[in-house]
Design a protein around this ligand. Structure first.
Ligand SMILES: Nc1nc2c(ncn2[C@@H]2O[C@H](COP(=O)(O)OP(=O)(O)OP(=O)(O)O)[C@@H](O)[C@H]2O)c(=O)[nH]1
Length: 325
């Protein structure tokens, strides 16, 4: 028991006596550390900083120590060195930032530099107002994160795009139309839905081969896409069938647009192996003014398309019940 007490008191003595030693060790490590450390006084002047911290601001120690935080940031803004400050007016930017700083005891945020590097900053404010700033280079992680985001975006695009025609596939077309139907139904605005189907497409495949059929599908999709307005929804529903959804479109305009599409394709030159093909479209139109669904519009447009096919093809037909709209 006695010996344990003696041992503890010896260790305590050692720690007390070597406090200076440890402080010096810490200072030496901080000096060579790749992480940045700095202390700001309660009135926001830089008290001390290690090399890694100064490297973030591209400023020599003699020029940085004693400066106010706001002047350090102004210097970064005017010299375009150090942290990237995306602002036209540095004072307005500083106002915004100052509201965040010291708003909590501890804050963590990411900062990108003009030279492309990224840093994770932390701010620890002490009760007396002094602040410890730490920085860690996270450029590698950020680059990896950007790659992953890009990869995820490409995967999403792939999942939503029809590989052959590069327009919306059935899944993304239906999803876009459904959300637009919801919006239109709420605002009681007129909507039009077209089903476009290439006439005698099987004959094209049988006569010229599947690849020729693919080329026709690609050319036709590109043409229709170019003709529609940017906010119209266009997609490949499957095979040689395409869908178009127009919001805020009454019957007269819907017929005009569909007729324009029909004529465009009928007059377009489709060349396969140097031979010009005549391609035509049959179009069924469904219209709605209040609550409806994709399934309802599709069924109505399909019925109209059936009529267009059975009354000679290369035609635009409006679904019967829609005539009064
Ligand atoms: N080349 C190609 N052909 C496809 C694709 N998807 C479906 N088809 C073909 O499209 C043809 C559709 O034929 P049908 O449904 O009989 O219609 P159609 O010959 O166009 O006749 P109508 O629609 O009555 O005018 C079939 O031969 C399918 O094999 C595709 O991605 N590429």
């Amino acid at each position: 028991m006695l010996s344990t007490i003696a041992l503890l008191s010896v260790r305590f003595c050692c720690m007390k006596n070597s406090f200076k030693y440890y402080a010096e060790k810490l200072a030496a490590f901080a000096d060579v550390s790749r992480d940045g450390y700095a202390i700001l006084t309660a009135d926001d002047r830089l008290l001390c900083a290690n090399r890694a911290f100064m490297d973030v601001f591209f400023v020599e120690e003699s020029k940085l120590i004693g400066q106010y935080f706001s002047d350090i940031m102004r210097n970064a803004f005017h010299t375009s060195k150090g942290p990237r400050i995306d602002a036209d007016n540095i004072d307005a930017w500083l106002n915004r930032v100052q509201q965040l700083r010291r708003s909590r005891d501890f804050r963590l945020f990411e900062v990108d530099l003009v030279d492309g590097r990224w840093f994770l900053f932390s701010e620890q404010t002490m009760p007396d107002g002094e602040m410890l700033l730490q920085t860690k280079d996270i450029t590698k992680q950020k680059i990896m994160e950007q790659h992953l985001n890009e990869h995820a975006r490409r995967l999403t695009d792939l999942a939503l795009t029809d590989e052959l025609t590069q327009i919306a596939n059935r899944r993304s077309f239906v999803a876009s139309v459904q959300s637009e139907i919801t919006r239109c139904s709420r605002q009681l605005c007129a909507m039009a839905f077209f089903l476009l189907d290439i006439d005698h497409f099987k004959t094209i495949n049988d006569t010229y081969g599947h690849q020729a059929g693919d080329a026709v599908l690609r050319q036709l999709a590109a043409l229709v896409k170019r003709t529609l307005r940017e906010y119209d929804i266009f997609g490949r529903i499957g095979g040689e069938e395409f869908g178009v959804f127009l919001s805020q479109t009454n019957r007269e305009t819907a017929e005009e647009v569909a007729e324009r599409l029909r004529q465009l394709i009928a007059h377009e030159a489709f060349f396969i192996d140097g031979r010009e093909l005549n391609i035509t479209l049959s179009i069924g139109i469904a219209l709605a003014r209040d609550k409806t669904s994709f399934e309802q519009l599709y069924a109505d447009a399909d019925a109209a398309l059936y009529q267009a096919k059975h009354s000679g093809r290369n035609k635009v037909i409006v679904a019967e019940y829609c005539i009064i709209l």
